[in-house]
Design a protein around this ligand. Structure first.
Ligand code: XMP
Length: 512
């Protein structure tokens, strides 16, 4: 059993972010239900406890409370936001109930650095999100930091190793927040820094084996980062018990299917079944122009094809999915268990419930960059690990208007030229996404001595951090020139290339 930092979850949306920051410090942590008995924590070898934030007031009837004996375990405790109020409430201080929330940036002035703020500047911008606040210190505590709204923005009891902070050190908006967490883990808890990506892989492999036993697992492989890493991890854990299904929906990029087959079947020796359903998808999409309708048809057809293919593959008990933490929507319940209402985005719709498949989601607690690190450690090539996002409905939402095989072919060829030049110039890995869009508009052109009347390709190349907002990428003109002339020279049916210079908002990244 590794030395464990216990994160008690009081229902904050940020609990997983705390766990992520602890991993960044190479320390092992586990998220526990808020009421986990102290004896269980002791048995698990817990060397420090972090009390997460939470949406409730400590005075609320339904407020989640910890086992009071956690304060008697003799291990350090760090209370964050709601966590510090719990410390005030349980250890003899006083918490004032307030109706107004304090939300947003604040300024912390460190009065006494001690262990928690060791080597940090005296003034830092911090992020607040709380209603109640501590108004009287519990016995044994001293204030070590103040903010514009609180004399007790940070408190400590050095004797017991108890610390409390009103703001959120785990979020990016708090300056040097991760250093505060590191100081608690290493300086106060004296935790070992022995938790790496390789340890994560080893433990996850063991967990998958324990969960799955001798059963079979199916996984819908899309070729994107998440499902690829999930496949590689599952394959490492259970080898032949894993069967991957790759659906060719006819809306894939040029060479996509061949690439996936060669990588997983030949290279990784994964049992990969490729289902060619392109004719069915195109038939169902015939004449459909409305973007939402297209998406629905593509989604429904995918589920139907996947389900049908399972019949020929044979029985399985589990469905593997590359769900990441940001895909997990946490809706915090008001009841006794804040974590009870966790919902998952299912890439394959209602399939698991209907087919009575149990889920195995080995990446469920990870963030995207951590998934990439796991993929790289498992030996997946850079092109997969650093692949740009590609929408589920594929080229279906990149051919404007109705979709035909001819238009898809033109788009595929134009897109291949774009990707080729993005790769060659190194810009592929510098931007968030770069792709071509087919516009069903004919414009006049000249080719040799002939007048042409051909379609238009738009280039959509954006920079973004999280796809919530995006800006069009300012690529060098000579690169754009090369892409444009190659497309008009090499792709039949295109005589004009335009560049999309819209940001998100108001435009979205995809055109449909
Ligand atoms: P938008 O167009 O909304 O896209 O700015 C934001 C990001 O999401 C991707 N995207 C999708 N991904 N299924 C997916 O898996 C979809 O239906 C879908 N639509 C958009 C898009 O490529 C961009 O990265």
């Amino acid at each position: 059993m590794p030395q464990t930092i216990a994160v008690l979850d009081f229902g904050s949306q940020l609990t997983q972010v705390i766990a992520r920051r602890i991993r960044e410090c190479q320390v092992y942590s586990k998220i526990y239900h808020f009421a986990t008995p102290a004896a269980k924590l002791r048995a698990d070898g817990v060397v420090g406890i972090i009390l997460s934030g939470g949406p409730q007031s400590v005075y609320a009837k339904t407020a989640p409370h910890p086992d009071p004996a956690i304060f008697e375990l003799g291990v350090p405790v760090l209370g964050i936001c709601y966590g510090v109020q719990l410390m005030g409430h349980f250890l003899g201080g006083h918490v004032a109930h307030s109706k107004a929330r304090e939300y947003g940036h604040g300024h912390l002035t460190i009065r006494k650095p001690g262990k928690l703020f060791a080597k940090l500047p005296r003034k830092l911008r911090v992020w607040n999100s709380h209603g109640d606040k501590l108004t009287k210190l519990p016995p044994g505590f001293a204030a070590i930091g103040t903010s514009e709204n609180s004399l007790f923005a940070a408190i400590e009891d050095t004797k017991r190793g108890f610390y409390g902070i009103q703001f959120h050190p785990e979020v990016f908006h708090t300056e040097r927040g991760v250093d505060m967490i590191r100081n608690f883990l290493l300086g106060v808890c004296r935790a070992k820094q022995d938790w790496t990506t390789r340890d994560f892989i080893a433990q996850t492999v063991a967990d998958i084996r324990a969960k799955v036993g001798k059963s079979r697992v199916l996984l819908g492989l899309s070729g994107g980062v998440d499902s690829s890493v999930a496949a590689a991890l599952l394959h490492k854990a259970i080898g032949k018990q894993l069967t991957c299904v790759f659906v060719d929906n006819g809306l894939l990029r040029k060479g996509e299917r061949a690439y996936v087959e060669s990588l997983y079947k030949r290279n990784f020796k994964i049992d990969l079944r490729v289902v060619d359903a392109s004719a069915l998808f195109l038939r169902r999409l015939k004449g459909v122009t409305e973007p939402e309708k297209k998406r629905k048809i593509i989604g429904r057809t995918f589920v139907a094809v996947f389900e049908k293919s399972l019949k020929s593959i044979g029985h399985a008990d589990f469905l593997g999915q590359g769900t990441l933490y940001p895909d997990v929507i946490e809706s915090v319940s008001i009841g006794n268990n804040p974590a009870s209402l966790i919902k998952t985005h299912h890439n394959v719709g209602g399939l698991p419930a209907r087919m009575k498949l149990k889920l195995v989601e080995p990446l469920r607690e990870l963030f995207k960059d951590e998934v990439r690190a796991v993929g790289a450690a498992l030996g997946l090539p850079k092109e997969v690990v650093w692949r740009q996002p590609f929408p589920g409905p594929g080229l279906g939402v990149r051919v404007m208007g109705d979709i035909t095989a001819e238009k898809l072919e033109i788009l595929r060829n134009a897109d291949a030229v774009l990707q080729d030049e993005m790769m060659a110039s190194g810009y592929y890995y510098k931007v968030w996404q770069s792709f071509a869009v087919f516009l069903p508009v004919r414009t006049v052109g000249v080719f040799g001595d002939e007048r042409t009347y051909d379609f238009v390709i738009a280039l959509r190349i954006v920079e973004s951090i999280d796809a919530m907002t995006a800006d069009w990428a300012k690529l060098p003109h000579d690169l754009l020139q090369k892409i444009s002339s190659r497309i008009t020279n090499e792709v039949r049916g295109v005589s004009r290339v335009v560049l999309d210079i819209s940001s998100k908002p108001p435009a979205t990244i995809e055109w449909e």
